[in-house]
Write a protein that binds this ligand. Sequence first.
Ligand SMILES: NC(=O)c1ccc[n+]([C@@H]2O[C@H](COP(=O)([O-])OP(=O)(O)OC[C@H]3O[C@@H](n4cnc5c(N)ncnc54)[C@H](OP(=O)(O)O)[C@@H]3O)[C@@H](O)[C@H]2O)c1
Length: 246
Amino acid sequence: MVVGSVNSTEAPTARVALVTGGNRGIGLATAQRLRHLGFTVVVGSRSGQAPDDLGAVKMDVTSTTSVDDAFAEIERDFGPVEVMVANAGITRDTLLMRMSDEDIEQVLQANLFGVIRCMRRATRGMLKARHGRMVLVSSVVWAVGSAGQVNYAAAKAGLVGAGRSLARELGARGITVNVVAPGFIETDMTAGLAEADKSAILSGIPAGRYGQADEVADLIGYLCSDSAGYINGAVIPVDGGLGMGH
Ligand SMILES: NC(=O)c1ccc[n+]([C@@H]2O[C@H](COP(=O)([O-])OP(=O)(O)OC[C@H]3O[C@@H](n4cnc5c(N)ncnc54)[C@H](OP(=O)(O)O)[C@@H]3O)[C@@H](O)[C@H]2O)c1
């Protein structure tokens, strides 16, 4: 059973949107943005918890059964998922020479295989609805690389190939698949980085500041809207210029 209040009062018959990893950080900002835009929003996370004003479902993207069960719950309670933001992700940063098999496998499981699982499961309902919006949350490192993030950058680059391939498969069915590539955004994920590493990153950001989750959420909100139907297979950065358009 999906728990919580899921509808914006403005649009009670809104399209159903799922945000994976939507209980904090970029995912939470995105869920709140979508709710503000009138979508019926459910957030998925391993804990199955979310703020009171959002619907929540338990979902571990590293498990096909868990993903399938979460989609089935949402479909039963609200109808087909027409908007899917694949945002859940983790880091296990270290130099490659010290990176364990577990570091590699966990990051690829959550950040790449997990997204492909969600894309596959979401396709079914979107085809039935003849409408769909998928947004995959990658990272600027997909294009520019990052020392200490061989596992993470590989997963985030993989999303571009996966997303563009599915965009080709589904483009004629009213379904778009786009990739958003944030730069350094202030969330739990980046809070633990050493000050020296943060300063080094900051010095490479033309905007001269870190980004906020809302700035990513605003873009995702637009890509999920009906107005964005002719944007497909795109990779759009939100990085203050760090990746210079890549
Ligand atoms: N912050 C940045 O600077 C930045 C930059 C570029 C890209 N990104 C990407 O943006 C996305 C969100 O990042 P964030 O900074 O908001 O991170 P965050 O604050 O650490 O949040 C990560 C979210 O992912 C969820 N999650 C992790 N593993 C999961 C799993 N196996 N199944 C389901 N949910 C899972 C977490 O939920 P639970 O742990 O509660 O289950 C949490 O909601 C990630 O894909 C990240 O790689 C972030």
